[in-house]
Ligand binder design. Structure first.
Ligand code: MN
Length: 282
């Protein structure tokens, strides 16, 4: 029996990289029956994509997700920094599938603001007052962030890499995570949202953040590189799902499908790219 869930949020899958736990993710996805599935950024890692690494398990994840569209599951693809090439397709929709930069969901009278969160990397210091002033929206922040990255690249500094930042020092990482969470919370509060839901920092979390008189529930869906986590919303409550072999029903048999999906991987990716190109024209 598949677990029925109202809303599931996953992020930072990084398909196409060695670190991605696609097999585990596939087992999780096959164990649930969500009404709405939100892919909150860095799903396909186009930055680090190598033609030499695209295992069949990664393609199976894509196939499973596209299969959900056919089953009328609401599927939202929110872009992240590793798949920012998809930002040019923002606004695209096909049946129950949409590509977006952010989404606001109404859940039992509460509002959840969901976005990847990479804009806080470069514009952290400025994002707060820019967003709070109301003069600039999230989409504009993305453009700003991209411009800053472009300039950094011109000066040979390269893109800001979160993993590098994290590796630099534990102290620095904690500071960075705190700043990220506080920034997200502050902007969420000023926009009167009840929940703010991010990805990007690979740090699963659900916690109440108080700022002055106001508070908000900050959430992060974690990742499928190290933590193997998801956010689940059911019966007016959010919880963090953490992957574990024991919880997944043993009855799920992946072996049969494994054999089907060993077609030439590169070819499959190229087909995918072609499809996106065609979507753009359409
Ligand atoms: Mn990211």
């Amino acid at each position: 029996m598949k677990r029925e869930i109202e809303v599931v949020v996953i992020s930072d899958i990084h398909l196409g990289t060695y670190g991605c736990h696609a097999t585990e993710l596939l087992k999780y996805l096959k164990s649930i029956k969500p009404k709405t599935l939100i892919l909150n950024g860095d799903i396909i890692d186009i930055w680090q994509f190598s033609k030499h690494y695209w295992p069949s398990s990664h393609m199976q994840v894509i196939k499973h997700l596209t299969g959900l569209i056919a089953e009328n599951v609401k599927l939202y693809y929110i872009t992240g920094n590793h798949d920012e090439m998809l930002r040019r397709f923002v606004g695209f929709n096909m049946g129950s599938f949409k590509i977006l930069n952010k989404i606001v969901l109404k859940l039992d009278g509460k509002k959840a603001w969901i976005f990847h969160g990479d804009v806080f990397d470069v514009t952290m210091k400025h994002a707060k007052w820019l967003a709070k002033s109301g003069a600039i929206g999230y989409d504009a922040l993305i453009v700003l962030n991209r411009a800053v990255n472009f300039i950094m690249k011109k000066f040979g500094k390269g893109k800001i890499s979160l993993s590098k930042k994290i590796k630099n020092s534990v102290k620095g990482a904690i500071k960075f995570i705190n700043a990220f969470e506080e920034t997200a919370a502050e902007i969420g509060i000023s926009n009167k949202y009840d929940y703010v839901v991010c990805g990007h920092i690979h740090q699963p979390e659900i916690r109440e953040i108080k700022q002055g008189e106001s508070s908000i529930t900050y959430m992060n869906s974690g990742d499928w590189v190290e933590n193997l986590t998801a956010l689940e919303y059911n019966n007016k409550k959010w919880s963090i799902y953490k992957y574990s072999e024991d919880i997944i029903a043993q009855s799920i048999d992946l072996s049969r499908e494994k054999n089907q999906a060993t077609a030439k991987k590169v070819e499959l990716f190229e087909n995918l790219v072609m499809e996106f190109k065609m979507m753009k024209r359409a």
